[in-house]
Design a protein around this ligand. Structure first.
Ligand code: URA
Ligand code: SF4
Length: 233
């Protein structure tokens, strides 16, 4: 019996590992079936110099149409939470575990479907490649799919949310709720509470990044750098 073919995206990766080259190459990926029905692949977005990478599950309906991650309702909520936490979205990189939108058609609507583990594994080389270019200080998994894809199948978000784990991809990996889950909260009061908890997690992440940068550079050095940056503006 022939061995089961384990296809993953490795053979679609470009020789030159830069974000523009990867973003270009992902459009030709056929490592799993999800490219067939989606409009386009949605690669990560943000600067290569980002210190924080947010990883969601997969593009949604709006992301699939626009070709950009986190631009639909969940992305708008993420934007608001980042502002409240004092994190500049232009300084973070956002991406997804799976790069093509998986959905089920119900009438005219396209309903999001969870990617399975074969699809997640097939797509992992893209995520790994973008993270190896960026070399972030902190990776934040948004929701259980991202957390389990990166931290392992036994990871339990409800138990370990907000903790920082050392990982081969980054010195700190953490996980929090997915913004879509906040949007699905049953009433306004719970939605508000979940949003506040999400913002609190993001503030912890910001603090962790600040402390990690100070430990790296020394607090005075980073102060100096701010001064220099202020003067040159
Ligand atoms: N949900 C995700 O996980 N990713 C997106 O890009 C949008 C919604
Ligand atoms: Fe390739 Fe990922 Fe799209 Fe599957 S979901 S075809 S692995 S880019």
């Amino acid at each position: 019996m022939p061995a089961k073919r384990v296809d993953d995206a490795s053979r679609y990766l470009p020789e030159s590992k830069t974000l523009p080259a990867l973003r270009n190459a992902v459009q030709k990926c056929k490592a799993c079936d999800l490219y067939k029905n989606a409009t386009q692949a949605v690669f990560g977005a943000g600067p290569a110099s980002a210190r924080i990478v947010f990883v969601g599950e997969q593009p949604g309906n709006e992301e699939d149409k626009q070709g950009l991650p986190f631009v639909g309702p969940a992305g708008k909520l993420l934007d608001r939470a980042l502002v409240e936490a004092g994190i500049d979205r232009s300084e973070v990189y956002v991406t997804n575990v799976v790069k093509h939108f998986k959905f089920e058609e119900r009438g005219k609507r396209r309903i999001h479907k969870k990617p399975n583990s074969a699809e997640i594994n097939a797509c992992r080389p893209w995520l790994e490649a973008e993270i190896s270019v960026i070399k972030p200080k902190i990776i934040v998994c948004l929701g259980a799919t991202a957390a389990q894809a990166i931290l392992g199948r036994t990871y339990r978000l409800t138990k370990e949310r907000g903790k920082f784990t050392q990982h081969e991809w980054a010195p700190y990996v953490s996980a929090t709720i997915h913004p879509s889950a906040i949007l699905r909260a049953p009433d306004e009061e719970q939605r508000h509470q979940q949003f506040q908890d999400f913002v609190a997690d993001l503030k912890q992440i910001k603090n962790k990044l600040q402390r990690a940068s100070e430990a790296e550079e020394g607090p005075f050095l980073s102060l100096d750098r701010d001064k220099v940056a202020g003067r040159s503006r």
